[in-house]
Design a protein around this ligand. Structure first.
Ligand SMILES: NC(=O)c1ccc[n+]([C@@H]2O[C@H](COP(=O)([O-])OP(=O)(O)OC[C@H]3O[C@@H](n4cnc5c(N)ncnc54)[C@H](OP(=O)(O)O)[C@@H]3O)[C@@H](O)[C@H]2O)c1
Length: 249
């Protein structure tokens, strides 16, 4: 039997990369999936790929009105949620010596505050027994130059999952984190818009990873499916690391 038969799921940032692969895995396992993102054209492309078990909702996770619209739509169409994958985030590199308040605020408002309220505002819709998966990053335990604000938001996300797992346990809601290593998605070009730079970064990431390669979005989707489904029924508050060994070896 399919692992998510009849479940209603939300994947923020479901139009690209890890989120898109996760939405595909969920649809394959019988779920109805809401995906979000800021760019309508990317959402439309994803919808075409994923088929009619998917609905798209345009919006920025940093925008409260957009979150309210999202949950009003899910509430009126399905009445509840069984799974949330809080995956949407962005990366902007800035070393401490070049610090700007704009960079700090944008990074924290999107990745940390956006994730916090994505889950907080969903609580009335979440059924008892639901599963919440927060997408952190192996960066949450590392100290790579120029990733200071981003890595700190990912450490915040890892921390949220522990507190929320405790707070929601009496409703049977499990909360876990996935910490990916370096995964081949469009986020690489977001960080390194120049092609030569992006290729150089890929070589550097491969060399830094003990398994000698970058991860694939489908490998992250498989790990998220494990956390979202009953296969992980005795796990809550954990950080599942899927990173080719980069943070442990
Ligand atoms: N790829 C990696 O190496 C890696 C490693 C560790 C952790 N991660 C984490 O994995 C998650 C997914 O990353 P990815 O690599 O799959 O990146 P991606 O391909 O760039 O996808 C990011 C998704 O999030 C959406 N998004 C970005 N900012 C948003 C916002 N403010 N509001 C709503 N949606 C937003 C994007 O759509 P729009 O741009 O249209 O909004 C897109 O759908 C992120 O949390 C990232 O930090 C990635």
């Amino acid at each position: 039997m399919s692992k998510l038969n009849g479940k209603v799921a939300l994947v923020t940032g479901g139009s690209s990369g890890i989120g898109l692969a996760t939405a595909q895995a969920f649809v394959n396992e019988g779920a109805f999936v809401y995906i979000t993102g800021r760019r309508e054209d990317e959402l439309a492309k994803a919808r075409k790929q994923l088929g009619d078990k998917v609905a798209t909702v345009q919006g920025d996770i940093a925008d409260f009105d957009a979150l309210d619209r999202l949950y009003a739509k899910i509430g009126s169409e399905k009445g509840h949620l069984d799974i949330i994958v809080a995956n949407a985030a962005f990366v902007e590199l800035q070393p401490l010596a070049a610090a700007t308040p704009e960079h700090f605020d944008k990074t924290f408002n999107t990745n940390a505050r956006g994730t916090y309220f994505t889950v907080a505002k969903a609580l009335p819709l979440l059924r008892d027994g639901s599963s919440i998966v927060l997408v952190s990053s192996g960066m949450n335990v590392k100290g790579y130059p120029a990733y200071g604000a981003y890595a700190a938001t990912k450490a915040a996300i890892r921390s949220f999952s522990r507190t929320w797992a405790h707070e929601l346990k009496d409703r049977g809601i499990r909360v876990n984190t996935l910490s990916p290593g370096v995964i081949e998605t469009p986020i690489i070009e977001v960080q390194f818009p120049d092609k030569e730079q992006a290729d150089g970064a890929r070589t550097m990431f491969r060399n830094m990873t003990p398994m000698g390669r970058m991860g694939r979005p489908e490998e992250m989707a498989a790990a998220i499916l494990f956390l979202a489904s009953n296969d992980s029924s005795y796990s809550t508050g954990i950080d599942l690391v899927a990173d080719g060994g980069i943070t442990s070896l």
